[in-house]
Write a protein that binds this ligand. Structure first.
Ligand code: EAX
Length: 323
């Protein structure tokens, strides 16, 4: 919420500068460690906001799921108990079904394709869709291409997924895709995942290299298969209760901060993708790099109907056509 805290220091600053502006402190939540690509993006957001607002807006990063999983935090934005979230699209389709169009497996060819789509007309339209569901979508950020990890066997074909209890995000498209590919999908909030892997509640999970590193999943997972089965967008969401109280100038500051956050996160994703395979190996994981994606893709395609049954395939075709 927009808190007005004019403490002694602020009062002194006002006396010195002569500008009687209130100071506002926001809370920015995310599920990953402070050192992660989200942490880097969170710090860039808060530093930029403070700078462009002349210190009238400051914020606190609530990292590592300390305010709950991504679904909980999105609900927090809607009721105003939280100001801003950097989240994957994992649970977002439950609130904004149009966004499932981005979660379809094997849709984006590479990072370039995904970033161009999200920075262009389609990304803008989907931010507007978010705005129709009691949330404000500020900007698309990034999580990364997701890969399957597990502690049972090296996965090279869909057959190898057979019977594996695989944690997925709370996302109907992803659950359908893994069911089609032969796994036993188990949806779960991210903050519960590490201990679920450790205790063998699930055998595996799927996440980008960025997240595997940020969460030290190599401590509880032996194998990673570079399936790259789906691109995982992230998005900066704001509480409408905060947003609606901002002036146009303040909204501009938030937009500038969001742009800085996205740039910082993408740069960190690039860095981690380059370091990627070696990093996983150094930490003891067996990395299966040679994967024939065709059989995974053929099976996963049936999950498209979760989206297309409601919205048709126009958006899918438009995304594919982005060069
Ligand atoms: O957004 O839930 C997940 O697997 C996400 O990739 C993670 O929370 C980062």
């Amino acid at each position: 919420m927009k808190h007005t805290i004019i403490g002694l220091a602020a009062a002194a600053a006002i006396a010195i500068s002569g500008t009687a502006q209130a100071q506002n402190n926001i809370t920015l939540g995310h599920t990953l460690s402070p050192q992660s690509h989200y942490g880097v993006g969170a710090k860039a957001f808060l530093a930029t906001l403070e700078e462009v607002s002349g210190g009238t807006w400051t914020g606190t990063e609530a990292a590592a799921g300390q305010l709950g999983g991504e679904r909980d935090m999105i609900e927090g934005l809607q009721i105003g108990s939280l100001d801003l979230v950097i989240t994957s699209t994992g649970p977002l389709g439950n609130f904004v079904p149009e966004v499932y169009s981005l979660d379809l497996p094997f849709l984006f060819r590479d990072y370039d394709h995904a970033r161009k789509t999200l920075d262009g007309e389609i990304g803008q339209e989907l931010l507007e869709s978010i705005g129709e569901h009691n949330l404000i979508g500020l900007a698309w950020s990034e999580n990364g291409f997701r890969h399957v990890t597990n502690s049972v066997r090296p996965v090279t074909t869909p057959d190898d997924l057979g019977g594996l209890k695989l944690r997925t995000m709370e996302n109907r498209v992803h659950m359908a895709a893994f069911e089609e590919m032969g796994a036993a999908p188990t949806p779960m909030a991210f903050p519960e995942l590490f201990s679920a892997l450790q205790q063998g509640v699930v055998d595996g999970q799927e996440n980008p290299i960025t997240v595997i590193k940020a969460s030290n999943f190599w401590e509880v997972q032996n194998y990673v298969s570079l399936t790259g089965h789906v691109y995982s967008p992230a998005v900066l969401l704001v509480s409408p209760l905060l947003w609606d109280g901002l002036s146009d100038e303040e909204k501009g500051w938030f937009q500038e901060a969001a742009a800085a956050s996205v740039a910082a996160t993408r740069a960190e994703v690039n860095r981690l993708e380059e370091a990627g395979v070696a990093l996983l190996q150094e930490n003891g994981m067996e990395v299966i790099t040679e994967i024939d994606k065709a059989p995974f893709r053929d099976l996963a395609e049936a999950s498209y109907s979760v989206y297309t049954d409601q919205y048709g395939s126009e958006m899918v075709d438009r995304i594919k056509a982005v060069e």
